[in-house]
Design a protein around this ligand. Structure first.
Ligand SMILES: Cc1ncc(COP(=O)(O)O)c(C=O)c1O
Length: 366
């Protein structure tokens, strides 16, 4: 008898336990007649700051804008360089390009999929202005050496935390290491809205004031524009929904950790699994494995009613949009892109779902 299909993600199911809260929030929102930058945004910013034990959070329209506004806030010069991992999602790189800066790729480590601190030094030039770390798949980068490199060379650190809500390194939360911690609340994220949304944690009041201006046409007071800004406000209704889910972020993360542990303990060693290390509290935004016959494996799972994803099928420097970078070579990144497979590991999945995936994976004749 065939098993019911296991989707990679099921947003409706994922959000089911929050539906009553969303409906109440929506009714209040409708009654309030206040749709932009109201109390819900202000309270969400306060609560997200409190979760991180930080003072300054600015809600913005999405994760890409969180990165762009953070870079804009730094007043870098056109042509300055920003170090970024060669295997990140395209958004990190687009943010750099859209600020007229130059992305300088540094390879990740093959066992963590995160930027290799030892390779950062080799990439630093007189034009390097910042390091954009990306806490990929839900695991923090190795921040101790990265922070000391940044200090030594006077570089800003911008953290791309789109996949790392609540992740920790040496007991410290992602988003609290650098000058800016940039979050996406895209619906599939561990803390996901019901549409696009994002936020930035920043360290100084000066940056906080500037980011609030940048997201709102450069305006410090209505119709008074001190700087060239954008329209990138966190939507009021999304902030209201995020306030319902934020108190449950740790439960969501714990559920994903529990599922990941089942994979770790039961999956055959023919698969390369995430390497665990006690310095890291991974929140498994993505639970990935690697296998040389990844595409065959993906098809085999699909034939057995299991949906998977690939994060990501094409390395950024091989994307058509980045044509001038296509001749570069990043073998570690390319190895990851050609072998990685993301398995179902959502708040909406049950332990039984995961055992079925494992049972099927362990039957794959490779
Ligand atoms: C690593 C990374 N950075 C940035 C982003 C951009 O976030 P958004 O889609 O909210 O703009 C994403 C989202 O998918 C991401 O995974």
């Amino acid at each position: 008898m065939s098993h019911t299909r296991i989707p990679y993600e099921n947003l409706k199911l994922l959000n089911r336990s929050f539906e009553d809260g969303f409906k109440n929030k929506f009714n209040n929102f409708l009654d309030s007649g206040w749709y932009i930058l109201g109390n819900e945004v202000a309270e969400f910013e306060r609560e997200f700051a409190e979760y991180h034990n930080e003072k300054f959070v600015v809600g913005v329209a999405n994760g890409l804008d969180a990165l762009i506004l953070s870079l804009k806030c730094c007043n870098f010069k056109k042509g300055d360089e920003v170090i970024v991992p060669s295997n990140t999602y395209i958004a990190s790189i687009l943010s750099i390009l859209q600020c007229d800066l130059i992305p300088v790729f540094v390879e990740p480590k093959l066992d963590t999929y995160n930027i290799d601190p030892e390779k950062i030094n080799e990439a630093i030039t007189s034009k390097t202005a910042a390091i954009m770390v990306v806490h990929l798949y839900g695991q923090c980068c190795e921040m101790t050496p990265i922070l000391s490199i940044a200090k030594e060379h006077n570089l800003k650190i911008i953290e791309d935390c789109a996949q790392a809500h609540g992740a920790k390194y040496k007991n410290q939360l992602a988003g609290t290491f650098g000058e800016f911690g940039c979050f996406s609340f895209y619906p599939t994220k561990n803390l996901g809205a019901l549409g696009d949304a994002g936020a930035i944690i920043c360290k100084s009041e000066e940056h906080y004031t500037k980011l609030r201006q940048l997201r709102n046409y450069g305006s410090e007071k209505k119709y008074h524009n001190g700087i060239i800004g954008y329209n990138s406000r966190l939507d009021e209704v999304q902030a209201a929904f995020l306030r319902i889910k934020l108190p449950h972020l740790n439960d969501i993360n714990n559920h994903k950790r529990k599922l990941a542990k089942i994979y770790q303990d039961n999956l055959s060693n023919t698969y390369i699994k995430p390497v665990l290390n006690e310095d890291y509290e991974n929140v498994y935004h993505i639970y990935n494995i690697r296998h040389n016959k990844r595409d065959d494996l993906k098809s085999f799972l699909a034939e057995n009613n299991i949906d998977t994803e690939i994060h990501y099928p094409v390395a950024p420097h091989k994307q058509k949009a980045l044509l001038n970078l296509n001749n570069l070579s990043y073998p570690i990144s390319e190895e990851i892109h050609s072998t990685t497979l993301s398995l179902p590991c959502s708040f909406a999945h049950t332990e039984a779902d995961i055992y079925f995936v494992i049972e099927t994976l362990n039957k794959f004749n490779c």
